[in-house]
Design a protein around this ligand. Structure first.
Ligand code: DMJ
Length: 479
């Protein structure tokens, strides 16, 4: 089936624009009573390149060209596999059988960017080759955010029923993960047998499922999808400490914490994202309450005022709130975007200035740094999107060209240090810029999409009509 959106990509954007703005407006600031008052204004706003509308249009075109380059590399050297290795030109698969991570993650981005030919190639690969009837054990979280989210978003943009059928089949095969004594999901499941494994999980993996399973429930009428994923989120929230923080690791059979390190870093990050976003996507008031109960403790115990005005978010013990480390990194960089979506533009602006400072330390951001010492702790760069995602949210809410200026700086560095003959490569070390032969599928789903949306006119996407899942797949509220 050649659907209309794929024949005419601007029409795909029009489909999104035609939606009524039905998500709740951004809430007023949800800072909790007793929060330390934010310092006034961003710390020392460093200069960024000037980006007027003409320059933004040029940048948007550069992002389209980069996306096409990476996609062509994938098609030439890794077609039908999960990922391209961008230096060696070899394919990489996550499991013994490929699940088309890159095409599924890429499809909605290719549609949004108006890359019609490439979008058709991705869709044909997916409907022609993708089958979830495989005797392989997969990680529920990654498959949910990348594949379930990607299929649902692409279905909403194309009306191709085969994409929804694949999503429904995948949702059914993943669902055994929820059959634990607590309702907290096991980390892995065999797609054919339903056998589960993995009792030690984390809030990101237990709490970042409701946008995808909830959308699947709304689109199929199968309410059980919503109920199981919501229970997993609520059971995570219920185990927060007396001071309102969650830890890093939890046993899904006993519900006991096995690591009590609280942060907004990987392993926890998107749990907070989904508390806010499940309210925005579904209007679920329980989600609003859980978000409002959670953001105050983050600002009270994790936020850190450094060098007289810089805002960072570090780590703390979930029971006492005592600071355990001053590390922050490329994954934490999503937080300004979430703060902005939650209505706290002042903290969002200040934290994005810290993101910029992190980027500028070595001309590209590290996976992790000690913000007190300003020293790299984990030197890799995995082509992550979060810092761009935050620039996009801030530009959307403030209209301040500064965020496009940051985006231009990030993108120029990104191209300079990571472009290869076949695609774009991760870096082993941001200090030496030594490349790593890896190109994760979130480059297509997120990094390119957020860069494009940052530079494209606001009409490129009906921002208020969609909620992005944590893999940047826009989910449209049609219910
Ligand atoms: C993505 O898979 C998602 O954004 C996830 O929430 C965090 N890690 C990567 C991108 O960095």
């Amino acid at each position: 089936m050649m659907n209309r959106a794929l024949r005419n990509a601007p029409l795909a954007a029009a489909l999104l624009l035609a939606l009524s703005a039905c998500t709740p407006s951004p809430p007023a600031s949800t800072a909790a009573p007793g929060d330390a008052a934010p310092a006034a204004g961003p710390a020392a706003a460093a200069d960024v390149p000037a980006v007027d509308d003409a320059e933004a249009a040029r940048m948007a075109e550069q992002v389209r060209e980069a996306t096409r380059h990476a996609w062509q590399g994938y098609m030439q050297y890794a077609r039908g596999h999960d990922d391209l290795k961008p230096i060696s030109g070899q394919p990489r698969d996550w499991y013994p059988v490929p699940l088309l991570m890159s095409p599924v993650d890429a499809l909605d981005t290719l549609l949004l960017l108006g890359l019609d030919k490439e979008a058709n190639e991705a869709r044909e690969l997916i409907v022609g080759q993708l089958s979830f009837d495989q005797d392989i054990e997969v990680q529920n979280f990654e498959v949910t955010i990348r594949l379930l989210g990607g299929l649902l978003s692409a279905y909403q943009m194309t009306d191709d029923p085969r994409l929804l059928a694949l999503a429904d089949d995948l949702g059914t095969r993943l669902s055994p993960v929820f059959d634990s004594p607590t309702g907290l999901p096991y980390t892995h499941v065999n797609l054919r047998t339903g056998k589960t494994r993995g009792t030690i999980s984390n809030p990101a993996e237990t709490g970042t499922l409701l946008l995808e399973f909830g959308t699947l429930a709304r689109l199929t009428g199968k309410q059980a999808y919503y109920d199981k994923a919501k229970r997993a989120l609520v059971e995570t929230y219920k185990r927060r400490s007396k001071i309102g923080l969650v830890g890093l690791n939890i046993n899904v059979e006993t519900g006991e914490w096995t690591n009590k390190d609280a942060s907004i870093a990987g392993g926890i990050d998107s749990y907070y994202e989904y508390l806010l976003k499940c309210w925005k996507l579904f209007g679920d008031e329980d989600c609003r309450r859980m978000w409002e109960d959670s953001i105050g403790p983050l600002n009270q115990y994790l936020a850190d005022d450094v060098r007289g005005g810089e805002l960072w978010y570090g780590h703390a013990d979930m029971d006492s709130g005592a600071r355990t480390s001053t590390t922050y990194g490329a994954l934490d960089a999503f937080m300004p975007g979430l703060l902005a979506l939650g209505g706290d533009l002042e903290r969002a602006r200040r934290l994005q200035e810290s993101n910029l400072k992190m980027w500028r330390l070595h001309g590209i951001e590290p996976e992790s740094l000690d913000y007190a010492a300003m020293q790299v702790r984990s030197p890799g760069y995995a082509l992550r999107p979060e810092i761009v995602e935050s620039a996009y949210y801030l530009h959307h809410y403030t209209g301040d060209a500064r965020y496009r200026g940051m985006g231009k700086e990030f993108f120029d560095d990104f191209v300079k240090y990571t472009r290869t003959e076949h695609g774009f490569s991760a870096l082993k070390d941001v200090r030496s810029k030594e490349k790593d032969d890896s190109m994760e599928s979130f480059l297509f789903a997120e990094t390119f999409k957020y860069y494009y949306l940052l530079f494209a006119p606001a009409t490129a996407l009906d921002f208020d009509g969609v909620v992005f899942n944590t893999e940047a797949h826009p989910l449209r509220r049609t219910w």
